[in-house]
Design a binder for this molecule. Structure first.
Ligand code: ZN
Length: 314
């Protein structure tokens, strides 16, 4: 079975208009920052658009028909797939791991996430990691507002892929369009917000939690980034395999058939168009192939990111 979900669009202070202008998404508002494309999270639970389960939320379908998801044991649907359009810089932030999220926030999942850079300006950088050598130095630099010295800027180009482990200081900057594959969580600790005011007030910072969870010393920059140019066409190229998810990139030129052997498989079309088992898909389409789908036949010319659950959550 192939499930299509109604995407959930989110307005954010840093959001732009590309999700509405360049993709088949509809939303009111000037600053649409996020499209939650495949989500069962309570803050944006996608609804199945058609077929036998039309009208079901993904969370309900996961609860009542776990067989569609390979009967995995994860207590909630484990992944969230979104496209982010940042017109201006996002806050500098960090996420907790599962253990910290459970203990301090009462939710099952912390947040490991990864980014595929769909578009970005020339000579762009992202904030990945920091330069503090000890937790004391980290706390002092935060207390003294020495963010320019603290944060690490990493050069990034279109097509790059970044894995963001919990405890990694990070920030998406203005001009980036990103496909994010993440654990189904929205627990974010804001370290610094550039002194911005939203509705006349600064947004809340979470300095104590940030200092708790930030990895010190930080080695994220040596592990986080990989380039995807030159990958072979017409095959699933594994970009990341961690406890929470597996993520692949596909450049399709013509046809590809393969066996859907995972508990479920998500396919997001980033560019181009074609068909999946005869069903037309275009840029911005996200679909979920359920367990036991069997052979999948892709045709057309498109670029896609695919994902499934990792070992821990299954
Ligand atoms: Zn994040």
């Amino acid at each position: 079975m192939i499930l299509f979900l109604e995407p959930v669009l989110k307005e954010n202070v840093w959001g732009g208009n590309r999700l509405v202008a360049e993709f088949p998404y509809r939303a009111e508002g000037e600053h649409i920052g996020e499209c939650w494309a495949i989500s069962a999270h309570p803050h944006g639970d996608g609804v199945v658009m058609d077929g036998e389960y039309a009208g079901f939320t993904l969370s309900r379908l996961y609860k009542e028909h776990r067989e569609l998801f390979g009967n995995i044991g994860a207590e909630e649907f484990p992944l969230l797939i979104k496209i982010i359009d940042a017109q201006t810089d996002l806050s500098i932030q960090v996420h907790p791991d599962d253990a910290y999220a459970r203990e301090h926030e009462g939710v099952p999942y912390g947040k490991t996430e990864c980014w595929y850079v769909m578009d970005c300006p020339e000579d762009a950088t992202l904030v990945i990691g920091h330069h503090a050598k000890t937790r004391k130095e980290l706390a002092d630099m935060i207390a003294q507002d020495k963010y320019e010295e603290l944060i690490r800027q990493v050069p990034v180009k279109k097509g790059d892929f970044l894995q963001i482990e919990p405890g990694t200081v990070h920030a998406i900057k203005g001009g980036f369009l990103i496909l994010e594959t993440q654990q189904s969580s929205d627990i974010t600790y804001r370290v610094y917000d550039y002194g911005r005011l939203v509705d006349g007030k600064p947004r809340q910072l979470h300095v104590r939690q940030s200092i708790d969870v930030i990895n010190v010393p930080d080695e994220a920059d040596t592990k986080a980034l990989r380039h995807t140019d030159g990958l072979p066409q017409n095959r699933l190229n594994l970009l990341e395999e961690c406890a929470h998810y597996k993520v692949w990139k596909l450049e399709l030129q013509g046809e590809l058939a393969f066996e859907q052997e995972y508990p479920f498989l998500i396919l997001s079309v980033l560019e181009g168009c074609g068909t999946v088992d005869g069903v037309a898909v275009e840029k911005g389409a996200h679909l979920l192939l359920t367990s036991g789908h069997g052979n999948v036949r892709l045709k057309g010319e498109f670029e896609a990111i695919l994902s499934t659950v990792g070992g821990d959550a299954s």
